[in-house]
Write a protein that binds this ligand. Sequence first.
Ligand SMILES: *[C@@H]1O[C@H](CO)[C@@H](O)[C@H](O)[C@H]1NC(C)=O
Ligand SMILES: *[C@@H]1O[C@H](CO)[C@@H](O)[C@H](O)[C@H]1NC(C)=O
Ligand SMILES: *[C@@H]1O[C@H](CO)[C@@H](O)[C@H](O)[C@H]1NC(C)=O
Ligand SMILES: *[C@@H]1O[C@H](CO)[C@@H](O)[C@H](O)[C@H]1NC(C)=O
Ligand SMILES: *[C@@H]1O[C@H](CO)[C@@H](O)[C@H](O)[C@H]1NC(C)=O
Length: 437
Amino acid sequence: MLSIKWATLSAGLIIAISLRVTEADPSSADDSGPVKAVWQPGQDALRCTQRFGSSQKVTIIMVADPGKFSGTPESSFYVGAVQNKNEVPANITSCSDLLTGNILNQPVVVATSGIGPVAAAMCTMEMLQCSSLIKDFVYVGTSGWTSQLGGVLNAPGSCGEANLPRDLARIGDIAVTPYAANWACKLADYSGQCKGAPNLCSYPEEIYGPQEARLYGDCVFSQSSKAMLNLADELISATRTPQFSANVASLATDFEQRIAPYETAYFAAMSNGTGHQYILPPWRAPRVWDYNVAAEIDAQFFYSGVPWDMVARNYTAQTLNLATGRSLTQYDVIAVSAMEAVGVAPAINLHNQISGKAEVPYVLVRANSDYLYQPVQRAKSGNGWETVENPPPANSSVAYRFAIGTSSSAVLTMLQLRCLQGAANNVTACAYTPLQF
Ligand SMILES: *[C@@H]1O[C@H](CO)[C@@H](O)[C@H](O)[C@H]1NC(C)=O
Ligand SMILES: *[C@@H]1O[C@H](CO)[C@@H](O)[C@H](O)[C@H]1NC(C)=O
Ligand SMILES: *[C@@H]1O[C@H](CO)[C@@H](O)[C@H](O)[C@H]1NC(C)=O
Ligand SMILES: *[C@@H]1O[C@H](CO)[C@@H](O)[C@H](O)[C@H]1NC(C)=O
Ligand SMILES: *[C@@H]1O[C@H](CO)[C@@H](O)[C@H](O)[C@H]1NC(C)=O
């Protein structure tokens, strides 16, 4: 009895063990080819080479929207430029969409994480399994912006007049920053948040803001390394080159025909309401706003309205001050509102702090696809400010596509310049077909 029992038990054990070995054995899993291998943590270099389709370090380009939201997949312009494309099947990745290949002679992974910080963190973590093969990481996409540096209204203190027009943000403008904060991290109550309503020039009061990590975890991502700042600077400098001007030149007609009418109507209504004149020069190229004035402010709340924008600028100022030791206020910055950096930044920062792991430098690139508030006017009741009646309707599918186009141009121009450097300035070898709208 005893011995039979023991024999059965040990046979069971042996089967269990051998099954586990089969599942975990990388060589048997990889026999069927690179993309069919089941993804498991802790792969060796070979598995990462197969995973990324490259034995050289890759640039990861990650976006959020597969196209369900705006109608244009945010990866469109990169996918159009990829050679030796290899789609990774959906059943072996946590990203919404993943492909490998080359852009302008450089190995890349073009990943669509899906919308939101959780999806972004999951897809990022998956990429980080192969961090030793990652050169750098760009998270790029669309965002809602303040209409001018320092915003249109600022409470408390300057509600008598709207801010004078300066540094207007145009649709398609691009922010390049390593910094981010989570707008939703606050302890607040109704009477504080809505204090002053319906006057738009009211500052929502909170009991604690995003720096109170003991309440909601880390919500301000102001870390940067030399490599991260170098990457941000490389991208910013790329947008100041003749190549970038040439690459976006074809967008000028689209801007004038499809974006300018909305922008013009928006600022005309604003002018009507504030009494200020807003001058919109003819469009030549998107303006690139750097990390001295912009951080990515994330929330899962599609907020719009002056009070929330003021708070977003305050959080931006707090984040930039922590990053650089300056003393900016909400008057000195713009809010760039999106969703995913607060998933990406902690994933990569935590990874980079683990000893023995290769540092992955990252940068956030966000183009302006919409304004965070409607034009404002003095309230008819005589008390403060309100939204103008019948504000001009935006065509968001058009504006989002334009923003996807300009931000993609910035990233692709950086890759083009790297290509030229690697190919002794051979322009033919690094030819790039400028984007069509
Ligand atoms: C993944 O799906 C493909 C079909 O798209 C199938 O051929 C393959 O066997 C699946 N792989 C796994 C690991 O389930
Ligand atoms: C300007 O304000 C007037 C009066 O409120 C209104 O009739 C007109 O439509 C407004 N124009 C624009 C461009 O918003
Ligand atoms: C942000 O707003 C709070 C008031 O809610 C203020 O005390 C603080 O100084 C502001 N910080 C910045 C950087 O503007
Ligand atoms: C937005 O623009 C697209 C493309 O020009 C057009 O097909 C669509 O009808 C427009 N939508 C609205 C709401 O104006
Ligand atoms: C430049 O690149 C093209 C295309 O890759 C190639 O055919 C040509 O020989 C190169 N020219 C030089 C001078 O290397």
